[in-house]
Design a protein around this ligand. Structure first.
Ligand code: UFG
Length: 330
């Protein structure tokens, strides 16, 4: 089958493209390269540069290629940026989804696997977070993705477009062979920032807040390896191909690590001191996010390979050490 990966030049998208190619799938990548990297895309995938808000772009690709299913990563995803510029998020993320679904409906493409987020839950009422827990986002990023889930639901009801929403927790790591990895500009995520400090390509690290109601006062997050996450998308597409109904799944490890625990794990993996200061809280950060992800294991048959946060960090460190300038394209 031919799968179109939207945002396939981005961090999670490029790892999914690589895993799809390895699995023998025919892959088409669409990306506007605003945050993605052309070099991150597996050479066996056919690449089209353009924006999913552009209906003519989508219809031209969908006319040239016979697409059987869509995997959709093409969205902005930085929580603090969304607090400062919410309309950017509603325009690209939510608006982009409307244009995409219009094109899918027009071209008879009936399946979409969508990259949603734990940020749709907001500050959870209970831990671990289950898929049917209330979704009350605390930031515009999460709100934009929740709206996308709802739009997909009503498009299923009206047009029969089936979807799987994968709600990611904190994604980290890189392809174990070091060929691709995380390269954001600016970088805002904890693990790559820590590793840039370890590699000497960044000056300082601040831990945002140590007065949360957690074990050591710093935020607690649930980390999942990017290759495990990529494989979950392939399983989700298979689930839809096998006639599975629209559904949502958490993707996490069900284990929480505080920001200080991550810092200490990175010190151990890298053997570097990694100096850090405690700073003020960052706006929009929930205190603790840990997934219940037995649903994905049970229904999709998902079996994450990286169950140890040090192993996750080690693959990211391999990438950062060998690519101190990332892909080097900006
Ligand atoms: N943090 C620091 N210092 C930094 C950067 C981050 O202390 O320099 C802290 C944050 O305050 C937070 C933790 O590290 O407590 C993780 O922050 P990230 O920015 O790495 O990730 P987030 O938890 O904010 O968000 C990530 C994804 C979202 C997703 C969310 C769900 O970026 O898309 O996980 O768990 F919604």
């Amino acid at each position: 089958m031919t799968i179109a990966v939207l945002g396939g030049a981005g961090y999670i998208g490029s790892h999914t493209v690589a895993q799809l190619v390895k699995a023998g799938e025919d892959v088409v990548v669409l990306d506007n390269l605003i945050t993605g990297h052309r070099q991150a895309v597996d050479p066996k995938a056919r690449f089209y540069q353009g924006d999913i808000r552009d209906y003519h772009f989508l219809s031209s690709v969908f006319s040239q290629e016979k697409i059987d299913g869509i995997i959709h990563f093409a969205a902005f995803s930085i929580v603090p940026e969304s607090m400062k510029d919410p309309l950017k998020y509603f325009d690209n993320n939510t608006g982009g989804m409307i244009t995409l679904l219009e094109a899918m409906h027009q071209f008879g493409i009936g399946k979409i696997v969508f990259s949603s987020t734990a940020a749709t839950y907001g500050e959870p009422k209970s831990i671990p977070i289950k898929e049917d827990d209330p979704q009350v986002p605390t930031n515009p990023y999460g709100e934009s993705k929740l709206a996308m889930e709802k739009i997909m639901h009503w498009s299923d009801v009206a047009y029969g477009i089936k979807f799987v929403a994968l709600r990611y927790f904190n994604v980290a790591g890189a392809m174990p062979d070091g060929s691709i990895g995380e390269d954001h500009n600016p970088e805002t995520h904890l693990i790559p920032i820590i590793l840039q400090v370890a590699a000497g390509t960044r000056d300082g690290l601040q831990i945002f807040g140590d007065d949360y109601p957690t074990k050591d006062g710093t935020n607690v997050r649930d980390y999942v390896h990017v290759v495990d996450l990529a494989d979950a998308h392939i399983l989700a597409m298979k689930y839809l191909n096998d006639g599975g109904d629209s559904n949502a799944f958490n993707l996490g490890s069900a284990t929480g690590f505080s920001n200080l625990e991550i810092l200490n794990a990175a010190r151990k993996v890298t053997g570097k001191e990694i100096p850090a200061k405690i700073g003020p809280r960052r706006a929009g950060d929930p205190s603790t996010l840990i997934a219940a992800s037995d649903k994905a294991r049970k229904i999709l048959g998902w079996q994450p390979q990286y169950d140890d946060v040090e192993k996750v960090i080690a693959t990211a460190w391999n990438w950062h050490e060998s690519h101190p300038k990332g892909f080097g394209d900006r």
